[in-house]
Design a binder for this molecule. Structure first.
Ligand SMILES: [Zn+2]
Length: 279
């Protein structure tokens, strides 16, 4: 429970809510409980993610290879997986998280949906069991960093829907820069008292892109959705992402690593348009 901008209250001061009771006997207790609940949820989030990554490591090698080729679009060979954290900014870790959340195996399940469907047989704790079903629609997505909140997180803007997303992950937000674009998996973890919107945390590392990529990325997304709607007229962003969220990885692979090259990006988008839409 945040009281933004409020002066710090002493334990024996009257509570800010006007109840007439001392702060320590009123809202301080609620706030402490909320903080420890946050901590427990944060731990549960780590546990669930670790479980998913273990499952990913033990997955059928054929699935892993197929997923690898889709994600890296022919740029790397599966044998190079171990090098990719160095060469592609946590590329190996980003791929494994994508595999767990986004890659659908032959039965149509992702690792997340499979684990969520078999909670009875898992030894996950109560908080972990609460979290997991809320993660089944989490996919790799692009966001713009709209506001940094020191020691508290950041406000992100979903580049596809325009929705505001509250990142409560103060640790991850230390690595963010204002206006940059991040491409990652944001998982809902807890809902603050008095809010209808959950807080989000980053599951695994994100790719960090410069602010000038926001607009071309949005155009690139529109081209893909338009093409997808030729076969699925009523499709929305989530339908597209369930089918092919690896397109963000392909976009990232085109970006120059040294100096900006807007023409190269424009060319890539024109090629994508030509390929998908024939125009
Ligand atoms: Zn109070």
């Amino acid at each position: 429970m945040a009281r933004p901008g409020a002066p710090k209250l002493g334990r024996n001061d009257p509570c800010y809510c006007g109840s007439g009771r001392k702060y320590k006997d009123c809202h301080l207790r609620q706030e402490e409980e909320w903080r420890s609940q946050q901590l427990r949820l944060r731990n549960a989030q780590d546990n669930v993610l670790q479980r998913l990554l273990n499952l990913a490591t033990e997955a059928d090698p054929v699935d892993l290879r197929t997923a690898f080729d889709r994600y890296w679009n022919g740029r790397y060979q599966f044998e190079q997986l171990a090098e990719l954290n160095e060469r592609e900014g946590y590329g190996a870790d980003r791929f494994m998280v994508w595999f767990a959340f986004d890659y659908r195996q032959a039965d149509g399940h992702t690792l997340v949906t499979r684990l969520a469907a078999n909670l009875d047989q898992s030894d996950l704790g109560d908080l972990e069991r609460q979290l997991l079903p809320t993660w089944v629609d989490v996919r790799l997505r692009p966001y713009r960093v709209e506001r940094l909140r020191p020691n508290a997180g950041a406000n992100l803007r979903d580049l596809l829907t325009g929705d505001l997303v509250i990142l409560a992950d103060s640790h991850a937000s230390l690595r963010l820069e204002l206006d940059e674009v991040i491409v990652g998996h944001l998982v809902p973890v807890d809902t603050p008292i008095g809010s209808s919107q959950p807080n989000y945390y980053l599951a695994g590392p994100a790719a960090h892109l410069t602010p000038d990529t926001a607009e071309p990325l949005r155009t690139f997304a529109d081209v893909h959705l338009e093409a997808f709607r030729r076969d699925h007229p009523d499709a929305g962003w989530l339908d597209l992402l369930r089918d092919r969220s690896e397109i963000w990885s392909h976009f990232i692979l085109i970006l120059p690593t040294d100096k900006p090259d807007p023409e190269r990006l424009q060319r890539y988008i024109a090629e994508t348009r030509q390929q998908l839409l024939g125009a």
